[in-house]
Ligand binder design. Structure first.
Ligand SMILES: [Zn+2]
Length: 81
């Protein structure tokens, strides 16, 4: 499974975008999304700022056009490559 660091979004770009921001409750351990079992073409997505895995073992392309706000550092990440 591959792991990819997401791009951290500047606050002004988040404000100007219509993409939804999914926020992880501060201090939550572990990822926001996990798929159990073997997935074809699975990837993990890491916070671009602190490296925390916010998405684990999820098939590539399942998550699109959303921002994920990291529960560890508060950075807002773009899931799109
Ligand atoms: Zn982070």
């Amino acid at each position: 499974m591959s792991a990819r660091k997401m791009r951290v979004m500047p606050a002004v770009e988040v404000k100007g975008s219509r993409a939804a921001v999914l926020t992880q409750v501060r201090g939550t351990p572990g990822p926001m999304f996990v798929t159990e079992g073997e997935q074809p073409d699975a990837e993990s997505l890491l916070c671009g700022s602190c490296g925390k895995a916010l998405v684990e073992n999820v098939r590539r392309g399942t998550l699109v056009d959303v921002f994920l706000q990291c529960g560890d550092c508060g950075s807002v990440n773009d899931v799109n490559p």
